[in-house]
Design a protein around this ligand. Sequence first.
Ligand code: ZN
Length: 354
Amino acid sequence: MRGDQYAISKIDKDTPNPFALRDLMKESALYHSTAFPLRNVYIEGKTNFDAVGEVMFESVEDKGLNDSLEGAMMETLKWIAYEKWLDTPKTELEKFDCPHCGKTVASLAFDEEKGKCASCSGEIYITDMFGLHLSMTDDYAPNQVASDYMGVSETLMIFTPIRFFWETKKEVLKSCLFVKDGPLSLRATLAKLSASIRRFFEFAKSKGIEVALIGQEKSGQFFDHLQLIGNAAPVGCCFIPDNEYIQEQIKHNNTTAVYGADTNYGAKLFVKMNDYHKMVINIPTGQRGEFVTAPSQTNLINFKNIVATLPKILSNKFEGALLPIELANKIASLSTYPSAKTLELFADATKGTS
Ligand SMILES: [Zn+2]
């Protein structure tokens, strides 16, 4: 959902005017949905294994079921996977497991979405790089496949406007805050994108553009830990745990491993704005594209602007709530809500001054 900060700041935080909310939500949303054959269903002439792989590819393309994205998600996937922001992007994808022969020889040349396996000549999709087939058999796909797809599509959707502005008018990014519901991380084999994403934030920063992105966690171990430490914390403070604290106090792991080193593209922060608004947010870090084990404020991309903006987007409806996320969830629950088109939605912002 796209929102205008000025309009959001005009909304009464305690008793929002429903008409003001309606205006804010009007033609501001993009949708994405899909369906996977997981269990007790099959597509004639195909194994579920092949069907899930195909659905995954067709869904990221998103040209048919819901044409509002106009293929923008696939463009974003390629933009991240081939690191197309670079003057010399990747010439091919890092080798991954072929879903047909299982050999780690599958790859695609720059900007390709489909190709052939170098070993068995089976058809390879760019979405096979996520390796979701590794957990599937011919007839069975675990539910995890669907939640993994959701993780990928959420990431691609939040990066679609970032890519769009980067390619059309980079300066717009300086006045945007991107807000994602959930952590800035991709689990297991999906994490292949995380390193590229970290490198993008670093690269953009080196070009003088600090892209402000946050992810808010409203469940999980970090959120539970917030309940434990939040009340005693002083108002107006933020706490950035390092790896040692995370492993010992939050994950309770007796390990030397670095939490999130492969999967996360943002550091975790506990923020207490006031007694009612305490939250766990993630902010991307910049350190030569590497994972930062003991992040400080200076590592967090655009930290100052982010914390200055947070008070203006709070919602008093729920504890620790952010209005953009609340509105996006509200729109998602209205199944008949009209979806805008990607290009129209973001093109407006490149024309205006806000
Ligand atoms: Zn193969």
